[in-house]
Design a protein around this ligand. Structure first.
Ligand code: RIB
Ligand code: CA
Length: 309
């Protein structure tokens, strides 16, 4: 049985690789894509999603979501890493189809009703759309099987010392989602900062000469500059790693923990407060990924990207 998913994303270079991987996987049925402002603005992420799906040779619903968080101003630093156009300033072809008329929240709710207890949301951007859908449709949380989330960290952050971008960008939405009672598999920086692709592995992808791997390598060039600047020995493939775990959960080891979100802290806004030791006595609500198999991840990434003709 294929896992029925919606990808909620903010493409975004790493989002782009995750979308290509998902569409190529025989274990996933991508019912649609919902977009949210994050790495770049909503118009750009939505156009990028349409172009990426078109390049992959698919036509699935792409539904526009939130242009920013509801309670705070939108973070606009993403272009520094993802380029002004969100995909490493690589010029993508015009989309071959138009965006869907349904909003992200309405599409998520419609699919949750159609596939009650089966639908899983792969959330790899800020959580604004998910919180909006939960707020608009109070019974939605009972219909969604689970969330596969790139976000947060038990350890240090990447936007501030405390917070990871997807949570930091809309901490109020994240708090609502983590408190909604939906099962969450959290792939935070604890594993995604170690889901590195090396220069040699990128060169091997480029050497295939295949269209999709080559486009991914072109997009990763901008990304590489940032990770080099912060001393990483490769590029952290945050969203592709979360997506890879939707295909094969054995890539990680989880620990079930209680996780809540700091929304007020001057220094800690957007921190995922992960109760690793269980000191709060609160019931675990999240499976937190803490260990990974990098080599098998890179193998799966390569197999999926190279499976396109
Ligand atoms: O912190 C990494 C996350 O922030 C990824 O989803 C990346 O695309 C950005 O959205
Ligand atoms: Ca993302």
């Amino acid at each position: 049985m294929k896992r029925k998913i919606i990808i909620d994303c903010d493409p975004g270079i790493d989002d782009a690789l995750a979308i290509f991987m998902a569409l190529a996987s025989k274990k996933l049925e991508v019912l649609g894509i919902t977009t949210v402002a994050g790495n770049v603005g909503i118009d750009t992420v939505t156009r990028n999603a349409l172009s990426l799906v078109s390049i992959a040779g698919f036509q699935i619903p792409v539904c526009r979501g939130a242009a920013g968080p509801f309670l705070i101003k939108r973070e606009t630093g993403g272009a520094r890493i993802h380029g002004e156009n969100g995909v490493g300033d690589v010029l993508l072809p015009q989309p071959s189809f138009d965006e869907d008329s349904r909003s992200a929240a309405d599409f998520i709710n419609e699919m949750a009703g159609k596939y009650e207890g089966e639908l899983e949301l792969v959330v790899i951007g800020p959580l604004t759309n998910i919180a909006a859908a939960l707020g608009r449709y109070p019974d939605l949380s009972k219909k969604i099987k689970g969330l596969i989330m790139m976000g947060g960290a038990a350890g240090f952050g990447n936007v501030t010392p405390a917070a990871e971008f997807n949570i930091y960008a809309d901490p109020h939405a994240a708090a609502a989602v983590f408190q909604a009672g939906i099962p969450i598999d959290m792939y935070g920086l604890d594993v995604t900062n170690r889901a590195l692709i090396t220069g040699d592995e990128i060169a091997a992808l480029r050497a295939t000469g295949k269209a999709i791997p080559v486009i991914c390598c072109d997009m990763m060039k901008t990304y590489a500059d940032f990770y080099e600047s912060v001393g990483f020995s490769g590029l952290a493939l945050h969203d592709p790693f979360a997506l890879a775990c939707a295909v094969d959960e054995t890539l990680v080891r989880f620990k079930s923990c209680h996780v809540d979100i700091e929304t007020q802290g001057t220094l800690t806004r957007g921190k995922t407060v992960v109760d690793i030791l269980g000191v709060t006595g609160k019931k675990p609500n999240v499976r937190v990924a803490l260990e990974l198999d990098r080599e098998r991840f890179i193998q799966l990434l390569s197999n999926l990207l190279c499976s396109y003709e």
